[in-house]
Design a binder for this molecule. Structure first.
Ligand SMILES: CCCCCCC/C=C/C(=O)SCCNC(=O)CCNC(=O)[C@H](O)C(C)(C)COP(=O)(O)OP(=O)(O)OC[C@H]1O[C@@H](n2cnc3c(N)ncnc32)[C@H](O)[C@@H]1OP(=O)(O)O
Length: 203
């Protein structure tokens, strides 16, 4: 685990000033990761040890249960703040997690929630002191593992298959949409400025 960061989201340098075939391959890999994690037969618990913006939030939402560290961390789908948009499967995953209305506000505002706010709206299931996040996740795992596997897995599939099938049937179209969007000059400029702002914040 990296201290203070669960995931900084997608590595923007993977789709900034890249060739179309490179961004295609990057997005295909992300689809694979999501489909495998969201559709996993295993119990998956995210121990969110720190910041979890955008793609990081997606990965956490793809799990069965989320424990987040208390502290000055944030989680959410902040894509609009970067001048980009969350694709339909990010949106559907968030709707399945926190409901339609909260998702609508959250996405349009590019909202990043504190751990307490995230717990209040159900984006995370539990908050714990940073040094106990893994311990809390392990305790929760014990509960989930007591449920008969076949019943838990079939229930999970009933809840998740609609989104999995929808994305699986639209993968090519979704890759095309991503690459044609991020290759636009205006989006490349926004991404460049955003990367610059991250570097400036650091210095
Ligand atoms: C149809 C169109 C569909 C488009 C869909 C696109 C969906 C996109 C999803 C995404 O996930 S986009 C990425 C969103 N992520 C963010 O906005 C997070 C940005 N990062 C931060 O806010 C902070 O880094 C942090 C996570 C809060 C951690 O802060 P900390 O102060 O600890 O680290 P920094 O010093 O800021 O960063 C270190 C280093 O890393 C670079 N960096 C940070 N995040 C990213 C990133 N996501 N991609 C690429 N690079 C990143 C940052 O610039 C620093 O670089 P160096 O100066 O060390 O070179």
């Amino acid at each position: 685990m990296v201290p203070n960061i669960f995931s900084a989201g997608l590595d923007i340098t993977e789709f900034y000033q890249k060739k179309p075939e490179e961004t295609d391959a990057f997005w295909r890999t992300l689809q694979d990761v999501f489909l495998r994690l969201y559709g996993s037969k295993l119990v998956t618990i995210a121990a969110i040890s720190g910041h979890s913006p955008a793609g990081g939030c997606l990965l956490a939402m793809a799990c069965d249960y989320r424990v987040m560290a208390t502290g000055k961390y944030t989680i959410g789908l902040n894509e609009t703040l970067l001048g980009i948009i969350a694709p339909f499967w990010f949106i559907e995953t968030m709707k399945n997690t926190i409901g339609h209305r909260e998702t609508e506000k959250s996405l349009q505002l590019g909202k990043l929630y504190s751990p307490e706010q995230a717990e209040n709206i159900g984006l995370v299931d539990q908050i714990c002191p940073p040094d106990d996040v893994l311990g809390c996740a392990r305790k929760e795992m014990v509960k989930w593992l007591k449920i008969p596997d076949h019943a838990r897995i079939l229930t999970k599939q009933l809840m998740r298959n609609e989104l999995i099938n929808n994305l699986s049937s639209k993968r090519k179209e979704d890759i095309y949409n991503f690459t044609s969007f991020v290759q636009k000059d205006s989006i490349q400029r926004s991404l460049g400025l955003y990367l610059e702002s991250l570097k400036k914040k650091k210095s």
